[in-house]
Design a protein around this ligand. Sequence first.
Ligand code: HAM
Length: 401
Amino acid sequence: MFPEEMEKRRAVEDKLRDVVESFGYGEVLTPTFEHTQLFLEKSGPSIIEEIYAFEDKGGREIALRPEFTASVMRLYHEGMRERPKPLKLYYFGSVFRYERPQAGRYREFWHFGTELIGPDTPKADAENIALAYTCVKETGLKDFLLRISNLKILYTYLDEKGIPDQEKKEVFHMIDKEEHDELMEYTFGAELIEVLGSNLEDIKDHLDDSGPVDDLLNVLDVLELYGISKEDYEIDLSTVRGLDYYQGVVFEIDAGGLGAEKQICGGGDYQLGSIFGTDVSAKGFAFGFDRVLLALGEDLNLDKKPRCYLIPIGVESEGYCYELMKDMREEGLVIDIELMERGIGKALSYADRAGFDFAFLIGEDEINKSTVSVKNMKSGDQENVPLEDVGSFVREHHEDQ
Ligand code: HAM
């Protein structure tokens, strides 16, 4: 990735970090590869087919992480189990999935995500969703849609229709892939399709036990306290998530303009503790960081520092230039000096092509008068500025550029 791209990524990463840290989350890091078994247990067959798994020289079955959630739960169980709860963790790193690459779908991509371990309350579900929502808002993305569901509604519905647990996953898969013909093979197929498109109050009419609907309504009440109201999301029961470990309230966020790979974030309530012999409650989400960048496109407002290029002209002792560079860097400006000993014409042409905002021209005259000739590379204006004013001069004129 080129520096310009990395600059954008870093700016978005910083924003996301600021948001999650302001919610009290602390960063963790897990290894790039894990025992394959960790992912085999609970993520479900779909993720197994999509994994980079191989045998290492020692005959161990290992896999490149396809996500962080299972690894973070391993980390929790191995070293953080005794810590006071709730435990709030976040991560940022590359993940790997063996899939057919296309626009917005990669084999190596980045996850920015969180895991909230311990609480199993509507407040915790609401915080999970509100945190993801605040993250998107902070990136500056305007065109996005938050979809929320509670998997327990469909589980209860299918239970009441007598569908065994294993088959429920298959029905979820059909819902996920919008395979309505297959759904219609069930006697209740038409009703189920109607339920998927209904609002929460109407869904209650199709359930004997409407507890899961009330649970979701409780979460929505807390979301309201975060200023996230009905207009800001859709209730969509067909949001079933691809990974098998989800259990309760789940959500996804789609970005406009991304086509088929529009989902930029997914998460919810899950159960992975059973792999380690506990039933600790957990909720989290992960952003597909690369897709967030794609969605932001040109809309990204970078807070750019002025970039200055210093060109010494026939200067005998360059101490003045190096002292100035040190001061400017301490002041937070980006400054670079001509390293190739080119003449002024060529050096200025480089400064222009490389996109510098200002060139500092320093000859004996400037040194004697304690000034700098500052050339505004955008307007072409050149001005002699007293040494002590160079920083403020550059900042002021940069804002006008
Ligand atoms: P996931 O939905 O599988 O969830 O992945 C999260 C996000 O990664 C997706 O919403 C999407 O933006 C992005 N993504 C997935 N596949 C690709 C790909 N091939 N190329 C680019 N981006 C992609 C999880 O992984 C869960 N671990 C999230 C979670 C955390 N749930 C609870 N805690």
